[in-house]
Structures are given as C-alpha cells and as structure tokens.
Design a protein around this ligand. Sequence first.
Ligand code: 26V
Length: 821
Amino acid sequence: SKTASASSVPLSKADLKASIVKHLHCSLGTDENKANNHAWWKATCASVQEHVLEGLRKTQKSHYLNDTRAVHYFSAEFLMGRLMSNNLHNLGLFDATEKALNELGVNLTDIMEEEPDMALGNGGLGRLAACFIDSLATLDLPAVGYGLHYEHGLFRQEIKNGEQIERPDSWRDYGNPWEICRPESIQDIPLFGYVETKYGENGRINKEWHPGLIVKGLPWDIPVVGYGGKTVNVLRLWQSQASDYFNWDVFNAGGYVDAQKENVQAETISKVLYPNDETDAGKDLRLIQQYFFSACSLKDIIRRYKRAHGDDWSRFSDQVVIQLNDTHPAVAIPELMRILIDRAELDWDYAWSICSKTFAYTNHTLLPEALEKWPARMFERILPRHLEIIYEINRRFMDEVEAVWPGDNDIKRKLSIIEEGPDKMVRMGNLSVIGSFAVNGVAEIHSELVKKDLFPEFNHMWPNKLTNVTNGITPRRWLKACNPALSKLIDSKIGADWPLNLDKLQGLTEFADDAKFKKQFMKIKRDNKVQLAKEVLALTGVEIDPDAIFDVQIKRLHEYKRQHLNLLYIMALYRRLLENPNYDMHPRVFLFGAKAAPGYKLAKDIIYAINKVAEKINNDARVNHKLKVVFLPNYRVSLAEKMIPAADISEQISTAGKEASGTGNMKLSLNGALTVGTLDGANIEIAEEVGDENIFIFGLTVDEVEALDKKGYNPFDYYDNNRELKAVLDWLDSDYFTPGKPGALSSLKRSMLEGGDQYKVLADFVSYSEAQSLADKAYKDADKWARMAILNTAQMGKFTSDRSIKDYVKRIWKLDPCKVE
Ligand code: 26V
C-alpha cells in the first residue's frame, strides 16, 4: 500500500494479523477463542493506533522543526462519529485489515459496529468541524482542533409510544482507544472572584484578577489522520477537574462555602454537551464551558509559541491564527487581551493590534434566538476582568463609530457590544466581528444575508472583513467509506484519486447515458436500499420495499427545517390513496431521522406526530403497499452513513433564508440522491452545479418571503382556499392518528394557523406538492432517473471540504502546507 514506506511499522497482511493478535493477548488479556466482537474491535484499534501514532510523532516533529504558522480551530463541538473505518481508509489499510481479520475468522464490518459514536456535537456546526479537520490533515496543513472533552455527548434518543425520550450518552464507558491523555499539559483556569486596581510607579494602572476558583484543564488528544496517512494532526479536547488548591483570599472574604460549591462545579464543566441547537440556553455553565476551553486552548498555544519565540510577541499573529466556530469561543478575544495586558504588560494598542490580527469568526446562523447574549451581571460574576476589558474594547469602538456616523446614537446602540436595557447584555456576535480580522458566512446566500441583514453597518465600516466560504464535506467519510460499492465502481471508471480531487467526478458525466453504467449505478443503489431495509426492520420492526422510492429527511428537528411540511404532504398522499385506491404514484417510503432539543415542545410534538401518522399508515392495508413512513430513532453520524447511500430523494425544504448552508444536502447528492429543495443555503449552489433539470426546486425565494412578510402573511388565506390542505390540517385535530386522544396533534395545526406560521409552511405547500409529483414522475422513468442520479454524483466536486479549506487558507488563514518527510 502507498503508506507502507512512510511507516517503519510493517504493514503486510500477515503483520497486521500478528499485531491484532498481539494486542488481543497483551492489551486485552484475552485470546482468539474467547474474544468477542468488542475485544476484536479494541485489539484492531490498538493495532491501527500504532501506525497513527507514528504519523503523529513525525508530523509534530516536522511542524516543530519548520516553526510553521498554524490554524487553531476553536469549536465547542466536534461531531466525529466513529473513527475506525475513517482511519483505516486514510491510512490505506482498510482492505488489508479486512483480509487479515477474515483469516482470523472475524468480520470487519461487524466489529466496526462495536465502536460508539463520538457524538460531541449537535448537528451541522459540529460535523462541519469534524470534516474540516479531516481536510486540514489531508492537505498537510498545520492545524489543531480545540474543544471540550464532554463526558456525555449528545443524548441518545429512544422513542416510546411515539415520543422522544432522552437517555445519557456514554461514549467512553469501556474506554476510548483513540484518545491519549496528556497530564503533562494540564492548565489552570481561573473563574469568579474580583478585580483589584493597583497603581504602578510609572503611572500605569494595573489590574489584578483574584479568582474565586481555579479549575484544572486536562487535555485528551485524538489523532486526526489525513488521507494518504502522512499528516496526522491533533484534536485536543479539554476535561475539567477540581484543582487541589483554592485561592485563600476568597475564604478571607467569607466565601468558603461558596468556593466549595464552585469546586463541585469544576468537575461539572465538561460533564455534558448542551443539546440546544439554534436556541441560546443562556446558562452560567454554558458560559463557563466556553471560557474554560477557550482559556485552556489559548494557554496551550501561548506555551508553544513561547517555546520558540520567548517573550517576543511581535510574531504571534504571524504564527497563530484562531478560527472561532460561531461565537461559542468568542470569549477568547478578551482572554487574549487580558493575557497581553495584565500578564505580558503590553500597552492596549499593541495588544489590540495583535489580537485583531489573530482571530477570524464564522457565523452559522441568522436566527435571532441563536445569537448568543450573556447578561452583563452574570458575565461579571464569572469573568469580572473580562467584562472590564469588553467595556474598554467597546468604548474605543464607539469612538470609531462616532467618527463614521457623528452623533448617530441609534447606530451606536445597534453596534454596541453591550445591549442596553433593564438587564444589560453582552452581544457575542458584535464582539466577534469587532475582534476579528475576517468574518465569514457558510454559503453564498447566507453570507450575502450576513452582510445585508445581520451586520450591514459593520460591512460599511470594514468592507473587506465580511466574506463567504461555502461549506463542504469530506468525501473520504461521505462516499469512499460509507458507500464502498459505489466508490469501487467510480474507481473503475475514472481512477482512484477522486477522494483527493473531487472535481474528477465530472468524468462520470460521459457515462450518464451509458446503459451498462446506469445499470451498475442503480444496482448499487438498490443493494444499499436492501441493506438499509434490513436495518430498518431490525430497528423498528417495519418492513419496507427496496423497490419503493426512499425519500429521506435527516437533520435536527426544527420548525425552520419544516419536517412538518413533509408530514403534511405524506398525509395528503394518504388521503389521495384513500379517496382513490388507484391513485397513480410510485410506492414511496418516507424516512426520517431527527433529534429535538429536550426543551423544544413543538419539535417534540412534530416527532410524535410523525410517529403516530407512521403507525397508522404502516398498518393500513389499503395503502401500505404504496406508502410507508419510518422514523429511525437516535439519528447520529453512524446512522447517517447507512441512510445516505440508500437515499433516492433528499429533502432540503427549509424556509428560504433560514438554513445557513446545510451539509446533509451535499452528502445525499454526492451519493446519487436527487434533491427536493428550496432556494436556500447551499441548495442554491447545488442547483447551479447539477443544473435545474437535475433537481426539484420549489417554494418561495428569500425575496418572496420578505415581500410576503411586508405585505402581511396570513396562513388562513391558504387554509381557506385549498380543500386538501384544509382537510389535512383538520385531520390533525381529530383522533384518527391518536385513537382516544383527540387533540393530541393539534399543536402542530395551531402553530401553522393561529400561531402565524412563522416558517410559511402553508404558503409553500402547493409548490412542494407539485415538486414531489414531478419527482414521482421522474422516478417512473428509470432510465431518466439513473441519468439524473449519476449527474448529481458527478457534479458534487465543489462541495468537498478540501475546497472549503483551500478557500479559508487563501482568503483568511494564509497558511502553507508542511509535508511530513
Ligand atoms: C447554537 C447554540 C446556541 C447556544 C446553545 C448551544 C448551541 C449549540 C449550537 C448552536 C449552533 C447552531 C448553529 C448551527 O449548527 N448552524 C448550522 O451550521 C451548519 C454548518 O455551517 C450549516 O450547514 C447549517 O445550515 C446551520 O444551521
């Protein structure tokens, strides 16, 4: 294999066998006869990890010797999923390991099922971070991912009587074979307390923060293997621990009991991932988490910088760029200022010039409820010195605003980091824009809306600061590893280097009219559907037909993503079939996967409604040969890897202007699913790539949504004037789907009528239904469908996360690759 020469550890099949058996004996303390799948999985991991660690050592040495500029990706979430398959593919060891295990009587696919997902993220933003670090390593770029070592990742979802139940996730119960504990790099992190002002001899006012609590940050390193196996970067995740000592000043001030309470809190900091997606929880612990990992990471970076450059700060921003994944780590900005001013004793202007050349910020959402704000009083209690620094950043910034718009207090009020009111709030978005040298949105339309609607005045002040970097996905995980049959077919047609150069997929275009290729392509899709059907049966007991259309909507449950628009359409189809048993449609299975934030009532109601409608339809012999509905519990990365290769239709149906980018849309299209979608987020760019004839676009545009709001949107206009829509909505009020419980689904109807239908579900219903009919018609022409599916795969080159990373490097990070060896 191509990585064999890179490693001094031997890599033949026989050696792999020997190594796995050695680990079974020496690391696991078992043997070939006794070992179960879990033991085989662990032994195989240990064996793979040998190669990974060799690459890690070489990479770190090479980065150190070359004193490279590096990007530091700060993210509260990294949704890594499983690592075994990915690491094997990236090391080029997959096939050899599969064969080695085979000869030991072990099935690689089976033992990979033993690995728990690393679900250290909620959804899009966390998975994007995971794809990005894969691409950074693949492109030989010096990079470190920094985040939190949550003891419990995103909750495990169970469905009981149709309802979501949250259960704790425990991904490390039996130890995680990939992570390395680094006690030698522990950091002390101060919290709470008060600030003392001291007057120095030279007239300088010095501030001293007397923290009320010090917590320890213990780093765990997860190696990140680039494709080709050469560069192995690190994802460093911080775990909180209580520190052995307190600051006695607090006790003298009478805070003993409080400090004890806070000490318990120390261990709590990294306990659990907040499951909110797109709503700000506003909790103390969340701010503490954010500061904890940002401060640990900054100290880690500064320690490394000082080793090479001592106290000379002049080169800091040449060596270090920090990317803030949303505002979650934005408190790193005042933290760096604090270190430079209070610790390094630089003057403000010099400190600020360093700081504002170091940070860049990515915005991932425009939804107002997701924009982070912290009560100033809470901020002051937890981080008193940082609040002072923020006020000073703001004071100076207000002078700049005054220079641009003299006397305009409205603009000052709007741009201020501090929102005035009965409770002053710290706006983390404003802080991030002011403290960063670059700000980006995640798809063309989203970035335009960031400039036009979210931060127009900032864009006026700094016309080059706001920019776009369209998201991407790693084709290693999202095609090569998850869809091996299709990958091999592609290899045979265009060569095997497409995972590194996804534009090569365009080479498939010439086979879009090749009858044999179409047959092979669709045979693989069908095999994947058979495979998924087995999984569905095992997980839910529902039998589905691989010859039906598999229509897939997988993403977090949120009103703006409009799973309930999909549901209304399903109910309409059900009605049509009941009214006319000969209603002409190709059999279709609607598959859902979605977690709702535990406190998000309507989202949970939608999950319940989907399950109840599914139950009814699946057991209705009048229709269930044509229509089935499946809600797969506990949607996560590893389940996505099974659903995506089997999808025919990809549902991307958010209200225009609300989905920043989407990345599931890219994964599904890459695997030959056709999109039914709105002109929102990256759907627009997907349509540009595949062409309007290979996608089903429907619904209001951003401009039309805006115009409708201006004119005054009234959902009753649609309800009163569309018989089918009215009947379907009224159905929700009956007890048809919830026998004996009338009204159990009424909250959905209410949200779309009396509630005002904020997300324009009713306005888009007819257009959606028409797009779905076109999809149905297209599918009936198998030849045409095959062509469209192939062209989707062929045109996804743009959406590799390698391209996203190259855009970041060119527009923002200005990094050079550093080849290892
Ligand atoms: C927000 C919050 C608010 C505070 C509590 C915890 C928490 C956790 C996550 C978030 C972020 C939600 C933003 C997000 O995930 N946006 C998604 O980002 C994807 C990657 O850029 C993008 O494709 C999706 O369209 C966008 O919704």
